[in-house]
Design a protein around this ligand. Structure first.
Ligand code: ADP
Ligand code: ZN
Ligand code: ZN
Length: 742
């Protein structure tokens, strides 16, 4: 730090990275009075094309060829530490964006924009006295307010201001009116979760754990970059090893970062980490408000918090003297950021480990094909925990062939109903898992087959019961629900698709009086909602928990003996080379929820494709067997981990322009890579070929390319734009190592 400030005293010019999609940095003059305070990494305010922006200083200089320079306006007291600067640089060149854009993800959000006071921030909740009928009639004329109340009700009673303003598009005025009427209240608590840990304290590691921990200990002490894959079935004691590794890192005066895939897992994980590591554990996640995140960032930077727990963005925590990074459930696709700069937190973790010479511990029961391949080929260390702790048995998996079982309108097979009944009677709990993305409550005409679709997107509208409206989940378009089919004027409209709500109703009639909890995107929008639901189920008052992906992951409920999986094959039908892998991972994870105590649990999987190879290996709990076959297929078809992918998704409002431009771009790129053994596939339309009135086409680039070769390919788009009229309207989304092909 000393030497930097010495240089700084005399620097007259600064090159600043700005959050604009331009790769170059911009030179500014440093006014005299700021020269003693400026250094590489600090955040400054400048003017750029008449706009006030904040940027990061990436270089200081005595001279410059650039003339007519604007001055730096002010220096903020926040900055990017050197290691994060380096990481930002890597992200920019690897993922193909500007330094300024990459820095956007690395800095906590409040530091990104030039100071704009938050209008309102916290959790909006319906007040205790909220009554749907009364409120709806009270707000008869205030459409927007009624809709907001309805949306909050649909989401389990609360949502963050972020969701309300950004995702749902309501204005400050709508919210203020509802607060004034006493229908909604704003909660701005910053307190963090204080759930007590439900796990017993572990005194001795078992022999498998000892063996694995010995390697982890040595790797931590060696202070060298060491990527390690810890493969262990659910309940084999992986978390226990993370805790001990973290303790060791802290006892060495170092810090650690533990990444977990989902916010929903944080409360339970937090309790366990706090108990093991003390109060110096910070938790960082996107549902914290801007000021909360900023405060935590500062505490980490100051060294008050040396252990950080959080989802993908926690990888950018400015932890001092970092000694360990853990990536739990390393195969989870939530580690991929889908917005620019579209980084993968596992890759960033590995890179940070390389830069800072530390151990990166990737843990999973079902490692990604990529990590498993690296471990098997010796690039990563491979640690295994093949058995469950305390000899607990793996659950028994049964399949129900649904092709013959379609019984009287219900989606629950006779076998499953029978087992649910027995489990309830025995005083145990069950989890029902819907293997579906979202909840397709679409409206279908039974007579002519008409389906209510969005005007702007190639997708069906979703029915929302409380407000009686149909909504598009892509663009937000909505319309009131109809009574008659607009095509044939028939009255036989049918609510198709099966969501968690529908199953909840079915269960209510099958098991009257039995408590059912529902966990899905709707019921968990609020910051505390997840935690509340988990606590309720954990207490054991509710015999059945039903939900989507969220129930699959990591929760530990000792009293759960039965897991039912509905529509098991759905995710196999996704046009994605990872669909088998994802299905296996998800189902084994959800199966792992059953029977973690002394009794073996039971899993019932309902499917229309019982002979699929995923299910064959699943029945035997044979992940390695499945992966062997899967990797064979990947190698044959040349997919990752045997190659690398870049997905270029293009969109435009005119289909004809889009096709012309994309065809030509594909040809240009093919010429460019002719000698390199790189393929350019496409263009093909994605599953949803039109969103928000824009048509979409995709190109897939397959092959190992250096960063500069990749950026040449990306830049070749500019040549194409110059040739075609109207081509400027084509937007390109450049996704390196894509996880999603939608
Ligand atoms: P995983 O992360 O692999 O699912 P956990 O670390 O959560 O596994 O361990 C599963 C359960 O076993 C937890 O309740 C944990 O407290 C317990 N456990 C872990 N290691 C031991 C051990 N060596 N002795 C006794 N119990 C253990
Ligand atoms: Zn019709
Ligand atoms: Zn739409």
């Amino acid at each position: 730090m000393q030497s930097i400030s010495l240089v700084a005293q005399t620097s007259k010019f600064a090159r600043v990275a700005l959050p604009v999609p331009i790769a170059t940095c911009f030179t500014y003059e440093v006014p005299k009075d700021l020269r003693s305070r400026i250094f590489v990494g600090c955040r400054v305010e400048v003017q750029f094309r008449r706009r006030t922006m904040s940027g990061i200083v990436v270089e200081l200089a005595q001279q410059t060829d650039v003339t007519h320079l604007k001055p730096i306006r002010r220096i903020y007291d926040t900055f990017l530490p050197e290691t994060l600067l380096r990481l930002t640089d890597w992200i920019a060149s690897y993922y193909g964006c500007s330094f300024g854009e990459a820095a956007q993800s690395v800095l906590p959000p409040i530091l990104r924009k030039s100071s704009r006071p938050a209008a309102m921030s916290g959790i909006l909740s319906l007040t205790k006295t909220f009554d749907p009928q009364e409120t709806l009639s009270m707000l008869k004329r205030a459409h927007k307010q009624r809709e907001l109340a309805g949306s909050l009700h649909d989401s389990g009673g609360s949502a963050t201001t972020q969701t309300v303003f950004h995702d749902w598009g309501f204005s400050l005025q709508h919210v203020k009116s509802l607060i004034k009427k006493g229908i909604v209240e704003l909660v701005t608590r910053s307190e963090q979760s204080h759930l007590a840990s439900m796990e017993a304290i572990v005194t001795h590691l078992n022999s498998d754990q000892e063996k694995a921990f010995d390697l982890i200990r040595r790797a931590i002490m060696a202070r060298r970059f060491s990527p390690l894959l810890l493969q262990g079935v659910t309940g084999s004691g992986k978390t226990e090893l993370y805790l001990r590794a973290a303790q060791l890192a802290l006892s060495q005066g170092g810090g650690c970062i533990v990444l977990v895939p989902e916010i929903g897992l944080l409360p339970q994980a937090m309790a366990r980490y706090r108990r093991a590591l003390g109060e110096g554990v910070a938790i960082l996640h996107s549902r914290l408000t801007g000021p909360e995140r900023f405060e935590i960032w500062r505490r980490i930077e100051d060294g008050d918090c040396r252990a950080v727990l959080g989802p993908r963005s926690a990888i950018f925590s400015p932890v001092r003297n970092l000694r360990l990074i853990v990536v739990d459930e390393e195969q989870d696709d939530s580690y991929k950021q889908e917005d620019k700069p579209r980084y993968h937190a596992r890759s960033v973790a590995l890179m940070r480990g390389k830069f800072e010479n530390l151990i990166v511990l990737l843990g999973s029961a079902t490692p990604s094909a990529e990590s498993l391949h690296h471990a098997q080929s010796g690039r990563y260390g491979h640690l295994t925990l093949p058995r469950r702790v305390k000899g607990a048995r793996l659950p028994v998996i049964h399949f129900v062939d649904m092709r013959g079982a379609a019984s009287g309108g219900t989606i629950l097979s006779a076998e499953l109903v029978e087992r649910l009944d027995a489990t309830i009677k025995a005083g145990h709990q069950s989890i029902l898992f819907l293997n579906k993305r979202g909840h397709a409550r679409f409206v279908l005409c039974n007579v002519c087959g008409w389906v209510a679709k969005c005007r702007n997107c190639d997708i069906s509208l979703t029915y929302h019961r409380v407000v009686n409206r149909l909504k598009c989940h892509f663009c937000g378009y909505n319309e009131s629900a109809r009574r008659r089919c607009p095509t044939c004027d028939g009255r036989s409209l049918y609510l198709g698709g099966v969501g968690t709500q529908r199953i909840e109703l079915d269960l209510a009639s099958l098991f009257p009086g039995v408590g059912v909890l529902r966990m899905d995107a709707d019921t968990t929008a609020g910051k505390e909602a997840h935690k509340r639901l988990l606590e309720q189920f954990g207490k054991g008052d509710y015999p059945i928990l039903i939900g989507t992906q969220m129930v699959a992951k990591g929760h530990h409920f000792p009293n759960v003996n039965l897991v039912g999986v509905l529509f098991a094959e759905e995710s196999l039908n996704y046009p994605d080379f990872r669909s088998s892998e994802r299905t296996f991972q998800q189902l084994i994870q959800v199966a792992g929820r059953a029977g973690r105590a002394s009794v073996a649990g039971e899993v019932i999987i309902q499917t229309y494709m019982p002979e699929h190879h995923v299910f064959r290996f699943l029945e035997a709990h044979d992940y390695d067997g499945f992966m062997k076959e899967e990797l064979k297929i990947r190698r044959q078809l040349n997919y990752p981990p045997f190659t690398k992918l870049v997905l270029a998704s293009c969109s435009a409002s005119k289909q004809e322009t889009l096709s012309r431009v994309v065809q030509d771009w594909a040809a240009v790129m093919r010429r460019q890579v002719r000698q390199q053994g790189v393929e350019v596939l496409g263009p093909v339309p994605p599953i949803v070929a039109r969103v928000k009135n824009r048509y979409r086409e995709q190109l897939l680039i397959k092959g190992r390319l250096k960063d500069d070769e990749k950026s040449k390919l990306r830049d070749s788009f500019n040549q194409v734009v110059r040739k075609h009229h109207g081509a400027r309207s084509v937007e390109v989304r450049w996704d390196v190592d894509p996880e999603s092909f939608q």
